[in-house]
Write a protein that binds this ligand. Structure first.
Ligand code: TXA
Ligand code: MG
Length: 312
């Protein structure tokens, strides 16, 4: 039976919070992508979440919280980490910090690590759900592991409808790409996953951003797995002239099957990326992607499409 897709009325939020308290799974909109939420403190619920996504359980999850206070109850923030919090929360920034000794986020959700990943999402529906629930919620993107992240409630219903208990419909996600993940434990901020927050913004508040070369065999972020965000279609990148029969996902002025941003705006392209990949995947078995600049949000966009292309 497919889960109900509910507009976010007060009654729907209350029902979602009850579902979470009972160990269930609720898809919720955030400003980045739709997340599949479970009670972070409930190991059984988290196990159900890993199973629903068919996600390898060595990948830790992001805990979403309602406030900075709730975040500080879970993790230890340096002054520099707090400066990032002040500048960018609520928003598409996840901080990895040392876990408090009484951190409520279950060992399974943290993959046994001494650290915890935290963020305050900037979306009314997510905030209302967090307030109604009253504790941290883990919420990876609400798609089967390795597939394209959902940016609309219909995407979740199509991919995960049979595996979740309830879907809150909050419309299309404004940012369209997952949060930027920063390891904030050291003397310098370390970029673990490029995302919706431009790294240049981080630099403005806490300079010295490092981009650690991580071991792809032991990813700290599932986004670091080589094949991720994958459509069924074969993808070619940096294409200016598509082959016959190939769809063109364009960027900037010019003919294209679908265009991420005719004006060449990277934020618009980020918001459109997953939805357009999904659309083309339904109508074509070959997709060419136009060149996308590497600066600013282009780093995160190129990261996602390069992982979508690397198939065996
Ligand atoms: O935009 C987002 O962040 C979305 C929306 C739904 O909020 N959520 C999301 O969550 O992408 P998830 O669980 O798929 O991504 C969590 C990322 C993973 O790449 C994980 O490896 C990393 O955060 N992570 C979690 N805990 C960590 C830790 N202790 N150390 C390093 N990385 C960690
Ligand atoms: Mg994901």
């Amino acid at each position: 039976m497919s889960a109900p897709v509910l507009p976010p009325s007060d009654a729907a939020i209350a029902r979602a919070a009850d579902t979470l308290r009972a160990g269930g799974l609720v898809a919720m909109p955030t400003e980045t992508v739709y997340g599949l939420a479970a009670n972070a403190a409930d190991g059984d619920a988290v196990a159900r979440l890993y199973a629903a996504k068919e996600r390898p359980s060595f990948n830790p999850l992001i805990a979403h919280v309602a406030s900075v206070d709730m975040a500080q109850a879970q993790g230890v923030f340096s002054d520099q980490a707090l400066a990032l919090v002040e500048a960018f929360w609520p928003g598409p920034l996840t901080l990895v910090v040392e876990a408090q000794t009484d951190c409520a986020v279950s060992d399974l959700a943290r993959a046994g690590l001494p650290s915890v990943a935290l963020r305050v999402p900037n979306h009314r529906v997510a905030q209302r759900l967090l307030a109604a629930f009253g504790g941290p919620l883990v919420a990876p993107s609400a798609n089967p592991s390795g597939q394209i992240s959902p940016t609309q409630a219909e995407h979740v219903a199509a991919d995960m409808g049979e595996r979740v208990d309830l879907i809150l419909d909050g419309g299309a996600c404004a940012a369209g790409l997952e949060s930027t993940i920063i390891d904030a434990r050291g003397d310098r901020p370390a970029l673990l996953r490029p995302g919706s927050l431009d790294p240049a913004e981080i630099e403005r508040v806490w300079p010295g951003l490092v981009r650690p070369q991580l071991d792809p065999a032991a990813p700290q972020s599932p986004g670091q797995l080589l094949r991720h965000y994958a459509p069924k279609a074969r993808l070619r990148l940096n294409v200016t002239a598509p082959d016959p029969g190939e769809a063109l996902l364009g960027f900037g002025p010019g003919d294209a099957t679908l265009n991420l941003s005719p004006a060449g705006n990277l934020a618009e392209a980020a918001a459109n990326l997953f939805g357009m990949l999904r659309q083309l995947d339904q109508t074509h078995d070959r997709i060419a992607v136009a060149p996308i600049p590497a600066h600013g949000l282009g780093e995160a966009i190129n990261d996602r499409i390069s992982r979508a292309v690397k198939s065996a």
